[in-house]
Write a protein of this length. Structure first.
Length: 288
């Protein structure tokens, strides 16, 4: 489970080198929005070379219905990236199509079947908001769902996606919430979108804390300086770990109980499930 996913333009050797020293849990080499059309071929080759030396690197390809996506996959799949980020997914059908292509490419290049995972950006097209339930059981390759407000606002013809207070406007808060619910329904990770003001660390910390509060397990980053703040926000505190351990122990000591009291509060099965998840996360993060 990753907390921070750092985007890196795949056409910049300097930025790739800088990102390799960041403490991000995962890197996402971008072949889509941050790479101009004339630079995409060179970026693919650079991405494949970079990915081959790491086990934490994902690649964001171009939309699956584009010719660029086929060229992206043909070049980078052989390098065995940790996974593929699929932008502008219209429904799980696009993810299933990508999974089928990865089946073939893994077989061609001697890569273990199913090794290459998928993160789908599931709200960038307006029609995608009506298909989110399709991700349930779509493919074992699906590792996470994430969302974005920029492409959606462009598609809607909106002049802004945030209010004067910096908060998401209702349409985009809805898209965020639907992504979170779709990920939970599909039993995959939910990754919150980028915080675009990379100089505002206090704003980032506040946004990341809300993301964790709401149920997201990680967040996208656009600058190496954001990584530490995001990692810290998604790390369970000592107090949270201690309380979770007490909840789990209390139910273990009372196996027949449906509801129990702890510190003057009534707790039941959802509290136990949440506590178990937090302890599992803390254990995985501590093992890194």
């Amino acid at each position: 489970m990753s907390r921070s996913y750092l985007f890196v333009p795949a056409d910049s050797e300097r930025k790739l080198a800088k990102a390799s020293h960041a403490d991000a849990d995962a890197l996402i080499l971008d072949l889509e929005d941050s790479v101009a059309a004339h630079a995409k071929a060179a970026a693919r080759a650079l991405a494949a070379e970079f990915v081959s030396d790491r086990n934490d690197a994902w690649v964001r390809i171009n939309p699956i219905d584009s010719d660029e996506a086929q060229a992206d996959l043909a070049t980078v799949a052989a390098a065995a990236p940790a996974g593929i980020m699929l932008p502008k997914a219209r429904s799980a059908d696009d993810v299933i199509s990508l999974a089928s292509q990865l089946d073939r490419l893994e077989a061609e290049h001697g890569i273990a079947a199913g090794q290459t995972k998928i993160i789908a950006l599931c709200t960038e097209r307006p029609e995608a908001l009506f298909t989110l339930a399709s991700y349930i059981g779509a493919t074992p390759r699906l590792a996470a769902l994430s969302w974005g407000g920029e492409d959606l606002s462009a598609a809607l013809g909106a002049s802004a996606n945030r209010g004067a207070d910096g908060e998401w406007l209702p349409t985009y808060e809805m898209a965020r919430s639907l992504c979170l619910c779709a990920a939970a329904a599909a039993q995959v990770a939910a990754i919150d979108t980028v915080f675009t003001d990379f100089r505002d660390m206090d704003g980032l910390a506040n946004y990341a804390a809300k993301a964790r509060r709401d149920g997201f397990s990680g967040m996208l980053a656009i600058h190496p300086a954001q990584v530490e703040v995001i990692n810290r926000a998604f790390m369970p505190t000592a107090e949270e770990i201690e309380r979770a351990a007490r909840i789990v122990a209390l139910f273990a000591d009372n196996p027949g109980a449906g509801t129990l009291g702890l510190d003057g509060e009534m707790i039941d099965r959802p509290h136990r499930v949440q506590a178990e998840r937090l302890l599992e996360l803390a254990t995985k993060l501590a093992a890194r």
